[in-house]
Design a protein around this ligand. Sequence first.
Ligand SMILES: [Zn+2]
Length: 278
Amino acid sequence: MLADSIRGLLALWLVAVALPSAAAEAELPPDLWGDFSQGGMVMGSVAPDTEIRFNGRRLRVSPTGQFTFGYGRDVSSASELEWRHSSGATGRRQLRVDGHSFALQRISGVPQRTVTPAPETLERIHTETALVRRAREQDSAISDFFAGFTWPVIGPITGVYGSRREYNGVPSRPHYGVDIAAPTGTPVRAPAAGIVRLAHPDMYYSSGTLILDHGHGISSSFLHLSKILVREGQRLRRGEVLAEVGSGGRSTGAHLDWRVNWFAERLDAARLAGPMPY
Ligand SMILES: [Zn+2]
């Protein structure tokens, strides 16, 4: 009898120590930090072996429990994060999204062919759009974006994220990059480490175009390049020179247009890099 009680107590004690921290940790909601507004990037960390969904989309979780997602320019409704740990623990949380107001920028003097492209160029434009879309679909296991971003070029900012645009008087899609004026030939440096997914010498709207994958769907696009110095598949460290500034495509002068993407969503690169040291 006494032996039974002791055995029972021992069993309870074993359960208590063996149901351990994994379950306790899994009860904790993910830890989130970043920019909960249109164009913002959010990062998170969660107990390993947890599945995370953002608005129903399953997110890549690194072996150490880190993940990311981003808010596009036009998201307005609240978003939802759900998690499920391998122990069975689940949870969900509504996230707010703050809005921004975006100004109108009128730009005149761009080549008219880049405002009203001739019908015979449409096939080329579609092909190039597909190449860009495919490069941005990568969901790779590298997580270089966690180390943060630095400016790829230093110079005056001449265009900002999200602005509505008119080119030569014709309303166009919003601007998704940050434009930095710099002379043709200025070196462009990797704002974070990554893998080159697209290196195209001459696209219709953006001339020399490069896409650098930073992991988990986060990528940088660089437009209007005069020269590309790296090849697709190449692994780059932060600060490595990857290309030179140019002025080709829909542009009025030499500048770098730098964009940050979370898959198809456009994020604000400038907010990731902080104040321009110029
Ligand atoms: Zn631009």
